[in-house]
Design a protein around this ligand. Structure first.
Ligand code: NAD
Ligand code: TYD
Length: 339
């Protein structure tokens, strides 16, 4: 039995990863370490097989707690834990720097102390900045890191911290840089679940700017499969860009959601643009395809239908996460424009 240490496993992607690994890898046990911030939710782990999954409530910045939870000689650390929403980082960056940078350093130090074989840092395409509109340029592993938002800056810094551990102490690490994920259990502050939740409630759908920003969308399970392959087959010290060659204008994503839900386009409301809004993300995943043998398996059409189906079937989850702190966030973020 191999043991892996997963941080952020109660979040959107981390919980999908935990489910995938337990289903597919019968010889793997997971220690799942999560601070349960507003984005972490034990409901995301409902039904997970507890015989090979141990949940530990803790902060990745808390060195003693991390050391107490991380088993000696565990095979890998997968670092999903992060503050992950760009708009929140624009309002207040401090927690992003703390969790995403300091937390990564704490994990790297603990991994060395515990003799962990490999460190997998889950990063994002956003560290590479923004591409020009309607160009044939793509992010590759050779693209410079030029983050534009506080969130992206904190994730780029985390990559540098990982690199420094590699160069200084010989830590075996791989980095994955994925595009925009969508799928079940994504917190409804991100574009797709926010639009689904609002449309289901006949509330306005706030589209930033001209709606012509481009994101490169991938179904969450395809991302998780790539992370696993990077752990198993990735070369130490390398980064791998992960994307499904699925660029979409935001406005097209929003109208597709309305159409699938049978709701009118009149629910769309153009609102003020995000500050420093990156125009276009587009990933060239050739290196992951060639070196890891990865390719996405879920089409946009199938993935979006499955996602909408999940939100429809899990209204209680939606109602729960849209209460409490979310109400205050939504009021501050959208209250003035959508009132
Ligand atoms: P999320 O916000 O849904 O989940 C983050 C999880 O981390 C939550 O469970 C939260 O409780 C936990 N967490 C936050 N701070 C913590 C701390 N200090 N200590 C321990 N746990 C803490 O995020 P997500 O969308 O699932 O993203 C997971 C990772 O993938 C992040 O590192 C993110 O940067 C990266 N990523 C996300 C996307 C995307 O489209 N969502 C794309 C590429 C990369
Ligand atoms: P988001 O899901 O926040 O991901 P990211 O900014 O990390 O790519 O946003 C995706 C795109 O959707 C981005 O161009 C901003 C836009 N957007 C809106 O137009 N309205 C919204 O209410 C949100 C949350 C995002």
């Amino acid at each position: 039995m191999r043991t892996i240490f997963v941080t952020g496993g109660a979040g959107f992607i981390g919980s999908a990863f935990v489910r995938m690994v337990l289903e597919r890898e019968s010889d793997v046990a997971i220690v799942d370490y999560d601070a349960l911030t507003y984005a972490g939710n034990m409901e995301n782990l409902a039904g997970v097989d507890d015989t090979r999954h141990t949940f530990v409530h803790g902060d990745i910045c808390d060195r003693e707690a991390v050391l107490a939870a991380m088993p000696d000689g565990c095979d890998a650390v997968f670092n999903f834990a992060a503050e992950s929403h760009v708009d929140r980082s624009i309002t207040s960056a401090g927690e992003f720097l703390r969790t995403n940078i300091i937390g990564t350093q704490v994990l790297l130090d603990a991994a060395r102390e515990r003799g962990v074989r490999r460190f997998v840092q889950v990063s994002t395409d956003e560290v590479m900045g923004s591409l020009p509109d309607d160009s044939d340029e793509y992010f590759t592993e050779a693209s410079p890191l030029q983050p534009n938002s506080p969130y992206a800056a904190s994730k780029a810094s985390a990559e540098f911290v990982v690199r420094a551990a590699q160069e200084t102490f010989g830590v075996d690490a791989v980095i994955t840089r994925c595009g925009n994920n969508y799928g079940p259990r994504q917190f409804p502050e991100k574009l797709i679940p926010l639009m689904i939740a609002n449309a289901m409630n006949d509330e306005p759908l706030p589209v930033y700017g001209d709606g012509r920003n481009v994101r490169d969308w991938i179904y969450v399970e395809d991302h998780c499969a790539a992370i696993w392959l990077a752990y198993e087959k990735g070369r130490s010290g390398e980064a791998y860009n992960i994307g499904a060659r699925n660029e979409r204008y935001n406005i097209d994503v929003v109208t597709a959601i309305l159409d699938l839900l049978g709701k009118p386009h009149s629910l769309i409301k153009y609102v003020a643009d995000r500050l420093g809004h990156d125009r276009r993300y587009a990933i060239d995943p050739a290196k992951a395809e060639n070196e890891l043998g990865w390719k996405p398996s879920i089409t946009w059409e199938a993935g979006l239908a499955a996602t909408i189906g999940w939100y429809r079937d899990n209204q209680a989850w939606v109602d729960h996460v849209r209460s409490g702190e979310y109400r205050e966030y939504y009021r501050k973020m959208y209250g003035a424009t959508l009132a």
